[in-house]
Write a protein that binds this ligand. Structure first.
Ligand SMILES: [Zn+2]
Length: 89
């Protein structure tokens, strides 16, 4: 489960690359990733997290058990890239 959350699967990577190559708005890619995201805590793997506001345009979740907050792309390479504001630009 940690593996599932911490890395995009091959299909997601291909899709992200596809979107990147077409210079889609960031919102489109984020929407895609969120739609395919089944939220569960990357720390304790508890599912059914609460929605917890937004972080940089992403739906943010908060684990009911350990209170860790995360988004659909937490722990993925996209997080690092997005913080540098380099992806999709
Ligand atoms: Zn947790």
């Amino acid at each position: 489960m940690v593996e599932k959350i911490s890395q995009l699967n091959r299909r997601q990577k291909e899709q992200a690359k596809h979107y990147l190559s077409e210079a889609k708005p960031q919102a489109v890619v984020v929407k895609y990733l969120e739609d395919s995201f089944e939220p569960s805590c990357p720390v304790c793997q508890a599912d059914r997290p609460h929605r917890w506001g937004h972080q940089a345009g992403l739906q943010r979740f908060r684990c009911c058990l350990c209170k860790h907050t995360f988004t659909a792309i937490s722990g993925t390479p996209l997080t690092r890239l997005r913080h540098k504001e380099q992806w999709l630009n």
